[in-house]
Design a protein around this ligand. Sequence first.
Ligand code: SF4
Ligand code: SF4
Length: 82
Amino acid sequence: ALTITDECINCDVCEPECPNEAISMGEFIYVIDPAKCTECVGHFGEPQCVQVCPVECIPVDPAHTETRDQLEHKYRTLMIAS
Ligand code: SF4
Ligand code: SF4
């Protein structure tokens, strides 16, 4: 999963781009739910939030590093649940 750092300027552009609805407004800045972020695997070739973020504040979450297989499994699980 990816994560949003405190460099986020709350510009709102990433939230509607997420195909998994993993991004929401947190207490101070936008946050990513690691249970829903597939790094866009299953939907797009590149993470859509990273593509649109003007301040490049969305790195891989060191607490939630995943393999491609794990991300694909998460994608399939989310699709079944939705
Ligand atoms: Fe959503 Fe994709 Fe960004 Fe993850 S990488 S938060 S799935 S837009
Ligand atoms: Fe924050 Fe970047 Fe999302 Fe804008 S696009 S709300 S700066 S994480």
